[in-house]
Structures are given as C-alpha cells and as structure tokens.
Design a protein around this ligand. Structure first.
Ligand code: NAD
Length: 501
C-alpha cells in the first residue's frame, strides 16, 4: 500500500473518496511520485452530478447579486492564498513560480469578470411590440454544466469555466487534469469558504471513465472542454450525440511572422518568452517563426542564440529560473523524440537542449531549449504540436507566402506579426484565418472581458471560452411576449399570422 497522501474528490461541499483505481502524481523537477490520485468511477461521478442537480433549483433562484458576491469573496481569497496555490502548481506542473503567479492572476481576472454577471444577465426589453404587448428576452441557466480541463493551466483554465457558469445560476461538475489536480481542488475549497453552497461546484478527479460519464449522463446539459485536438474532437462529437451544448478547445501550432522592417531586438525578447515560457507547454506558445527574407532569418537566429545561451533552466521553485521541467516523463520523452525527428527530417538543429543535466535533479524531466533552422512545411516538426521548448525557423520570401502557410495549417489558435508597417499589419489581421492575432504582441491571449478561442481544428463549437461568449454558452435565451387586455375589451378571432402591419 502506498503511504503517499491521497487526493480524492469534492462532492456536495465535502471531501469524498470513490473509485478503485488510482495513479501517482509526480513532481516533474525530481521525477518522484508525491501523491496518489484516486480516479473516480462512474458511480462517484454520478454522485457529483446528483449533488449538482439537487443544488440547482435553489441556486438558480438565488438573486444574481448574491451569487456575484461569492465571486467577489473568492477573488480576495485567491489573492490571499496566491503563494500556497502557486507552490501547488509548480510542485505538480513544474512551471516557474512567477509563471504560476501569472496564470493565477489571469484566472482571478475571470473570477472578477464573473462578479459582473448581474449586469451581463440583464436581458433585453421592448415595450409595445404590438398593441399593449410587451416583449423581453432573458437568459436562464441551463442546469448542471461540466468542465474538463488540461494540465497546462491547472488554476486558470478551470477558472475560465465554472465561475461564470455558477454566477449565471448553473451548478457544476469539474474534472481537472489527472497530472496536476491539487491547485484546482484547493481553489474549489476556497470557493466553498467564499460562500458557494454545497453541491454548486463539485470536483471529481479521474480519467476517461469519469469524462465519459459526464458526456453521457442526461442530467449534464453543457460541457466545456480544453485539451488536445483528438480529445476535443471526441468530446464534441460524443457530447453533441447525447444532446449537450459543447465547446471543445483543442491544440495549436502558432506561427509568428517576422517582417524585414521589424524591431529585431524586441522581437527576439518577445519570442524567447513566447517559445520557452512554461517550457513551451502553452496553447498560445510560439513554436514557429516565419521569417520574411534570409537577412531577417539570420538576424533573428543570431539574437535567439545569444539569449538562449543565457537561459536558466532548473526547478521552478529555485530563484532566477526562466524555465522548469516538462510535466511528465512520458511527455519529456515525446518532446525529445520530436527533436530527433526534426534532425532526421533535415531541419538544422542550431541549439540542442537534449543533453541538459540539472545538477541535483538528474531524474527531473528537464529539456534545454532547442532551436531549428530550415524547418519546412512537409516536416512532422512543422505540422504537429510539440508542446515543448522547441522553436523552429521557417524561411519565406514574402508576407503572402507566410500567410498562405498559416492558412493551410490545420490549427488556427493564435498568431502574430512583428512589423513597423501598419499596412502590412492591417492586411494580416484582416485576412489571416486564425482566431487570436497579435501585432507586435507574441501571446495575444484575450483579457477576461473578451473571449478566447481559436479557429479551424483549434476549437469545436461556436462560442469561445470566458468573456461575453461564456455568458451565452452557460445560458439559454427565453423570449416572453405579454399582453394584458383592458378589462371588458373583447376582440374577435384573427386568423392571419400576427404582424405589426
Ligand atoms: P489532453 O487532451 O490529454 O487532456 C485534457 C483532458 O481530457 C484531461 O482532463 C484528461 O483527463 C482528459 N482526457 C484525456 N484523454 C481522454 C480520453 N481518451 N477520453 C476522455 N477524456 C480524456 O490534454 P493535456 O495534455 O492535458 O493538455 C495539453 C493540450 O491542451 C495541448 O494540446 C494544448 O494545446 C491544449 N490546450 C488548449 C487550450 C486552448 O484554449 N485551445 C488551452 C490549454 C491547452
């Protein structure tokens, strides 16, 4: 029997156990198993759904302002517990503490936006749409909603989902990533402390069995998913087949276009953070630079090589680190194999991080930053999402050539252009087939009061995550038309279709 601390679930406002299977949660900086995670079985997930279903009627009828106040309280608690939460993120994900704080802050901004729900739910009203007839639309909650989240933002991505869902009057069952669940679970405990009634937010840890229960149970009305594209596609098809509203955000391969007139020094700094921040494990990371002209490519490569040589790679808890380890041994091996593959395919490996050893952390999943030149569209390292610290330079001759490459790629999550030419930037933002676009901004992640989502195979569904789209996703519109005829006034039957003529 394992003596490691056991992570269970949070059901009906209480810690819960359930499920006969379990798996280890590792610290990626040491490679050691630190906790055991219980994997919920069908019955445990059904318990969580039942709790959410039971909590729905009272929560739906709680005044929106009272629901919003819980979000206000939670924001304060998250700020007070920031150090504790970041330590949990870094211990299981590996990212450096300052990066963990960045994701937590972005999550808190979503909680803050959810506290404006009463304003966002006000609906639409029209007086006198006909004689003595008034009409209005209101936005009613759906019931039980579910969220399934990835490992790379264990605090932020769940906060994209459930705060707005519950602020709109829904109840929720959340299934975090099994690789780094502790910060997600701790935030849910803080939500209870903030005043969320039992059952409004339930957390079940688990894998495919838990997910499939959420996808097929008729009590779950909507599913929000963030993760890799093959799973996103599955979640969307399966959820829709079972009559649910689904938004499924998938993977990415984001290109940065570097124009010959760009400020190369600033572009190099921006690319360093966008390619290697969080060890490249971000869906908005930049793994490809498309340089327009050989002189541009040569200049950016020179700058990148200088900066990469200065990077500090080590445990995310150590001061001054720029980059921590990859999340698991399996992912480390997968990313390393991509670097081998790039070499085999004929890309030029200019900086090779494969031999990196971090002293005292020999069993950690550390890979040094890697830089390829001469990456070509036919290569696997060009096509596939690597999700690691591997940056490739693609050489083209014109902006149009760069844009054609981006448009032909299966993913359309994020992109950016570095230029001083307003006309080129405007043409790029207007025409590129990508959902989130930056101009001299490498990670154009929308703020909490806009919405987040890619195009093409980076998102399945219509509505984007968080922001105004989340209010629409977690509510259904009802339109009421009302007439109060004056007492004693009788009207004859009308057989033509009612109109304002
Ligand atoms: P993943 O797809 O492996 O897992 C995501 C979730 O799906 C987890 O909760 C996991 O338990 C569950 N899952 C995994 N396999 C499943 C299966 N066969 N059936 C049912 N559920 C399953 O993704 P990940 O590795 O945790 O996260 C990285 C991926 O997420 C990358 O592809 C990244 O681009 C993507 N991502 C996308 C966005 C976005 O907004 N588009 C944001 C963050 C991450």
């Amino acid at each position: 029997m394992s003596t490691l601390p056991l992570i269970g679930h949070l059901i009906d406002g209480k810690p819960a156990t359930g499920g006969s299977r379990s798996q280890s949660v590792f610290n990626p900086a040491t490679g050691r198993a630190e906790k055991t995670l219980q994997l919920a079985d069908k019955a445990t997930v059904e318990q969580a759904i039942a709790s959410a279903q039971a909590a729905f009627p009272a929560w739906r009828n709680t005044p929106p302002l009272k629901r919003a106040r819980v979000m206000g309280n939670l924001k304060v608690l998250l700020e007070q517990h920031a150090d504790e939460l970041c330590a949990l993120i870094t211990a299981e994900h590996g990212k450096v503490l300052s990066d963990a704080l960045g994701e937590l802050q972005r999550g808190i901004e979503n909680v803050e936006y959810a506290s404006y729900a009463p304003e966002l739910l006000k609906g639409e009203h029209s007086k006198n749409v006909g004689p003595a007839i008034d009409s209005w639309s209101e936005f009613q909650p759906l019931g039980v909603a579910a969220g399934i989240t990835p490992f790379n933002f264990p605090a932020m991505v769940p906060l994209w989902m459930w705060p707005m869902a519950v602020a709109c009057g829904n109840t929720f069952v959340l299934k975090p990533s099994e690789r780094d669940p502790s910060s997600t679970l701790r935030i849910a405990e803080l939500a209870l402390q903030a005043g969320l009634p039992p059952g409004v937010l339930n957390v079940v840890n688990g894998d495919k069995e838990a997910v499939d229960t959420l996808l097929t149970d008729p009590r779950v009305k909507a599913v929000s998913f963030v993760g890799s594209t093959p799973i996103a596609e599955y979640i969307y098809a399966e959820g829709c087949k079972h009559g649910k509203r689904v938004q499924a955000l998938g993977g990415a391969k984001n290109h940065a276009v570097l124009m010959p007139d760009a400020d190369i020094g600033n572009a190099v700094s921006a690319l360093m953070g966008a390619a290697f921040g969080s060890c490249g494990e971000r869906c908005m990371a930049i793994p490809l630079v498309v340089a327009v002209g050989d002189a541009t490519a040569d200049a950016v490569i020179a700058g990148l090589k200088t900066e990469m040589a200065k990077m500090q790679v080590g445990p995310g808890t150590a001061p001054g680190m720029d980059m921590g380890p990859l999340v698991t041994r399996a992912h480390f091996e997968k990313v390393r194999a991509y670097v081998d593959q790039g070499v085999k395919e004929g890309a030029t490996l200019l900086v090779d991080g494969r031999a990196l050893q971090v002293s005292g952390h020999e069993d950690g999943y550390f890979l040094g930053p890697c830089l390829f030149d001469n990456v070509k569209p036919g290569m696997v390292v060009y096509q596939e999402e690597i999700f690691g610290p591997v940056l490739g330079v693609v050489r083209v001759n014109t902006l149009q050539e760069a844009m054609d490459l981006i448009d032909a790629h299966e993913y359309g999550n994020g992109t950016c252009i570095f230029t001083r030419d307003g006309e080129a930037a405007r043409y790029f933002t207007d025409n590129i087939q990508v959902g989130m676009v930056g101009v001299n901004v490498p990670l154009p992640v929308p703020v909490a009061y806009h919405s987040f989502g890619g195009w093409k195979r980076s998102l399945f569904g219509d509505l984007h995550a968080y922001g105004p789209d989340a209010v629409r996703f977690y509510t259904k519109r009802k339109t009421i038309t009302q007439r109060w005829p004056s007492a004693g006034v009788r009207e004859g039957a009308v057989f033509s279709f009612p109109s304002s003529k």
